[in-house]
Design a protein around this ligand. Structure first.
Ligand code: 5GP
Ligand code: ZN
Length: 113
């Protein structure tokens, strides 16, 4: 999608603080962190949200979670972390390119974020 900000970030057209780039997956620090550690993991191909996951593209979701597991080790998240994806307007999604928030670095509240 030519006007999608996360497609542009994944393509290197908009700068970001990259943590991982490979296997069709890109991970980068959130520009407005909601926890001491807050990064986003996205498929490099455009998928609008979790509502657009299909049998044809779902292989990339397992790749995203492999990257999350790997980054949790390299980023020192052994005490735990939270993965969130917001979907659609009621779900609070503001960027219409599927992304997984990874939040960590403090004891998070037991409800939502
Ligand atoms: P959503 O509200 O869609 O679940 O999350 C979008 C996230 O993307 C927000 O946490 C927001 O801070 C982050 N974000 C939006 N624009 C940019 C950007 O240009 N760069 C980075 N690194 N993060 C962004
Ligand atoms: Zn996109």
């Amino acid at each position: 999608m030519s006007d999608c900000i996360f497609c542009k970030i994944a393509a290197g057209e908009i700068p970001s603080s990259c943590l991982y780039d490979g296997d069709g997956v890109y991970a980068f620090k959130d520009i407005n962190p909601q926890a001491p550690v807050h990064f986003l993991v996205i498929p490099k191909e455009h998928i609008g949200s979790a509502a657009e996951i299909t049998p044809e593209n779902s292989h990339i979701i397992s790749k995203c979670f492999e990257v999350i597991s790997s980054l949790a080790k390299t980023q020192g998240l052994e005490k735990g972390f939270r993965v969130i994806t917001n979907c659609g307007s009621d779900g609070g999604q503001t960027v219409p390119h599927l992304h997984f928030h990874v939040l960590a670095g403090k004891k998070l509240g037991e409800r939502l974020v």
